[in-house]
Design a protein around this ligand. Structure first.
Ligand code: WT7
Length: 654
């Protein structure tokens, strides 16, 4: 019976192969305008035609149902699918021997891996069986805390294969950050590794995970991948070796049939207040949008070698290392290391070595590399590159031109892609070589995306050339459906400030041609090196120190990181404000959240500028932190205006 069913699925799959995904690619400016128009006039018809190109076990009965007052959004209702059949099985007949993943190790002296679609399919099915053997069933949450080894991609796909919900936690997070995320989602199994290589550093991932698991009662098993071979502790019964488990299974694993709106994964992102938000993405809409946006923004063509330098711990890695590229049958590069190891030419060495055609990175990496001699670039043959991309924060003019001149040699379109963990896929971006790019502008919305600019009172700005609060008018398929376990917070953060719009938290300006330039966050989130950090959790961490009464953290402009963090700290009477205390504060933040959240500057203060209602006036703190000694604007609502002078005098210039 099972065999007959599998045969039928295989037959259907073969038919799907003929529905060429490539036909979804927009190839001219005229087609872009047509597609955009069509997506606005009749969104259901537009997305139906796109979704039909994928492999569904059962077709949907309704394209879209939403109510932004609940809020609730559903796409492709009643549709059944498994995303891994689209990322893997679908390609076996036509490109089984094509490389799916090129894995480039941390150390360039070690060999790269070329994993074909057939091999990846086999690895995913085998590991999916390992998960099953270890008690994982559909709907269970699996936490993935791993370095950038190819098995990390295998792990997320294996979860998806059996309908388990993956929650990848970036391997730079601390044990406390890890346990908070595991507990929030009540994960049943942890996938980790003995350690991870990143440049000349080795991160003791298993040690950190062990520490986290002391407070994670939901975890029944920890499956450990061996990467560094360092000494680790072992808890029999809970800990099992990845490679030993693999000897107990075969690589035959029929895919679990998922509802379009079943959860595919949870990914945590920081908010302006409280604990991290577990953004929930679902199977159908996410797949369709990740693939569609990938094909169009990067204009991927057969035989291209596409490389996104992000970590799979972030949404960029989920959508544009794993799901988008694999769903479209692309070859995707996965890099274990860092741009500075063994030297500052590593990115360009890898581009040359694998003949990369599309290269997608973050402005912070570009700025960091631009500081070093150009010989690190010119030593390498970059002639394979066709298209460049950036993501994570606004790119400044200087960095844009450095990238354009030295990496793209003024021949490669640059896609500046604006999007978020919450949006699942790229929202505003040029389509490489199809629509025009413009330095520092993300430019135009993708088909299906309807951005608007709002006034502070929530009314839409009708002039084309304008500046305002960025909002999105209509749902799109890969919008995060909720915050795991907290739909109320989801509503408050994204749908309450401006009713009937999705509010991303960014400001933007629009030129006379309708191009958008993102100007930055309008809330208490700071983007440091492309990482989204809420200031409230950092303040909470600092306030845990026994010598500290209160603190306020803001961002200030930084050459390389884009923004860095500046902490204003009030100590208890009698606490001596030493360099050791500063180190303790920074270590406390690293231990609570992770090294990325450490403040660059710490200033001890006697008080914070507050309004009569007790709200800290962050606008003033931001100005002082940026070294601005000029006019601080309206301070008339301050309860304690006398504090300003002392704050300015104590400004940490170093
Ligand atoms: C925030 C989302 C999307 C994956 C990486 C970050 C900022 C992102 C751009 C861009 C200007 C950008 C925004 C956004 N951002 N891309 N091209 N231009 N700003 O994902 O951690 O969810 O952060 O990053 O402020 O809201 P994230």
């Amino acid at each position: 019976m099972l065999k007959i069913l599998e045969f039928q699925v295989a037959q259907e799959l073969l038919k799907t192969i003929k529905k060429l995904l490539m036909s979804l690619q927009i190839n001219s400016l005229e087609d872009y305008h047509k597609a955009y128009q069509a997506s606005v006039e009749n969104p259901s018809k537009f997305w139906d035609e796109i979704a039909e190109k994928f492999f569904w076990r059962k077709k949907w009965t309704q394209t879209l149902d939403y109510n932004w007052n609940v809020p609730e959004t559903k796409w492709f209702l009643g549709g059944k699918l498994n995303i891994t059949e689209n990322c893997l099985d679908r390609h076996l007949a036509s490109k089984g021997d094509q490389t799916a993943i090129i894995w480039e190790p941390n150390d360039p002296k070690d060999p790269a891996q070329h994993i074909t679609y057939k091999q990846l399919h086999s690895k995913v099915c085998a590991f999916a069986n390992v998960l099953r053997n270890n008690g994982v069933v559909k709907g269970d949450r699996v936490c993935v805390y791993m370095p950038m080894v190819a098995e990390l991609a295998v792990a997320v796909l294996a979860c998806a294969r059996i309908g388990a919900i993956h929650s990848v936690v970036f391997a730079g997070f601390s044990s406390r950050a890890l346990s908070a995320r595991i507990n929030d989602a009540e994960c049943k199994v942890l996938l980790t590794s003995d350690g991870g290589f990143r440049g000349d550093k080795v991160t003791p991932l298993k040690d950190i995970a062990d520490e986290a698991l002391k407070t994670c009662p939901s975890i029944k098993k920890s499956i450990v991948f061996q990467r560094t071979q360092q000494a680790i502790a072992w808890m029999p019964g809970r800990d099992v070796w990845w490679h030993e488990e693999l000897t107990k299974v075969d690589d035959h694993c029929p895919a679990e049939v998922m509802d379009s709106e079943d959860m595919l994964f949870i990914l945590y992102t920081s908010g302006s207040t409280g604990k991290p938000k577990g953004m929930v993405h679902t199977c159908g809409g996410y797949m369709v949008y990740a693939a569609y946006s990938f094909l169009n923004v990067f204009q991927y063509k057969p035989n291209d070698i596409y490389w996104c330098t992000a970590d799979i711990g972030w949404i960029t890695g989920h959508s544009y290392i794993v799901y988008g590229p694999l769903a479209t049958g692309a070859t995707t590069v996965m890099f274990e290391g860092v741009p500075s190891y063994p030297d500052y030419g590593r990115f360009w060495e890898v581009c040359e070595k694998h003949k990369v055609t599309q290269f997608y990175t973050a402005p912070t990496a570009i700025r960091a590399l631009a500081k070093h001699p150009l010989s690190f670039v010119t030593n390498h043959d970059l002639s394979s590159l066709k298209i460049l991309g950036t993501v994570g924060e606004p790119i400044n003019e200087e960095a844009w031109h450095w990238y354009d001149d030295n990496i793209g040699k003024n021949k490669c379109p640059i896609v500046d892609t604006w999007w978020q963990t919450e949006t699942g896929g790229m929202m505003i971006s040029s389509l490489a070589g199809v629509t025009q790019d413009k330095p520092t502008f993300a430019t135009l919305p993708l088909p299906g995306i309807q951005p608007v600019l709002l006034n502070a009172d929530g009314t839409e700005i009708t002039e084309i050339k304008a500046e305002g609060i960025l909002a999105i008018k209509q749902p799109w398929p890969s919008l995060a459906r909720t915050i795991y376990g907290d739909n109320e917070r989801y509503k408050n953060v994204y749908f309450s400030a401006y009713p009937n719009y999705y509010f991303p938290g960014d400001g933007a300006l629009r030129d006379a041609h309708g191009n958008y330039r993102i100007t930055g966050r309008v809330d208490d989130v700071v983007i440091v090196s492309g990482h989204n950090l809420g200031t409230a959790p950092i303040e909470n961490a600092i306030n845990e120190h026994e010598g500290i009464v209160e603190s306020a953290v803001v961002g200030f402009p930084h050459d390389i990181k884009g923004n860095a963090l500046y902490a204003y700290v009030i100590t208890y009477d009698g606490v001596i404000q030493t360099d050791e205390l500063i180190t303790e504060i920074r270590n406390l933040v690293a231990a609570t959240i992770g090294a990325i959240a450490k403040p660059d500057k710490i200033q001890f203060v006697k008080g914070l500028p507050k309004t009569r209602s007790g709200k800290i006036m962050r606008r003033i703190l931001r100005k002082i932190a940026s070294g601005d000694t000029g006019d601080l604007g309206d301070t008339s609502t301050l309860l304690n205006p006398e504090i300003i002078d002392a704050l300015q005098k104590g400004f940490d210039k170093n």
